[in-house]
Design a protein around this ligand. Sequence first.
Ligand SMILES: [Zn+2]
Length: 174
Amino acid sequence: MTDDAFVRLFQTRAGLTADGIVGPATLAALDKAFLPSAPVLEAPEPMLTGWDRRSLQNLQGVHVDLVRVMSLARTRSPVAFTVIEGLRTIERQRQLVAQGASKTMNSRHITGHAVDIVPHRPDGTLAFDWPLYYQVAPVIKAAAKELGIAVTWGGDWKSFRDGPHWELSRSAYP
Ligand SMILES: [Zn+2]
């Protein structure tokens, strides 16, 4: 089939005048036929390969974009880390506020927009250590930038710095 014949056939099938000229109406019909209508979101499953069991459990119910960032960062980080908390019930948040472990009932954990991650020491134990947070943080920020996903690190907060805490930015993900 020649290009001209294809254009005429396509125009006929699309209900357009079969004049063989690719004008705006034909272009729009071609775009509609061949371009995906929305960006295709990666399936979560392949991202989750390689995570430890505890992290996998805590990633349940977390926003897929935050999972994408953490999953990419996990493959690149020189220091291994575990997701120790993700989606939180309102009841658990109340307990944490009562204990002084959290300052707000407006937590991003309640909506699945936040995770807490803790780096590992060389022996595999969890290290709530700022020097290790600082090794992981640039890797997570780079992964987020690469994926075009805006994240906020609790370690950058001015009051109540929260080293393990990462959330999707409130402006991009209200
Ligand atoms: Zn947190």
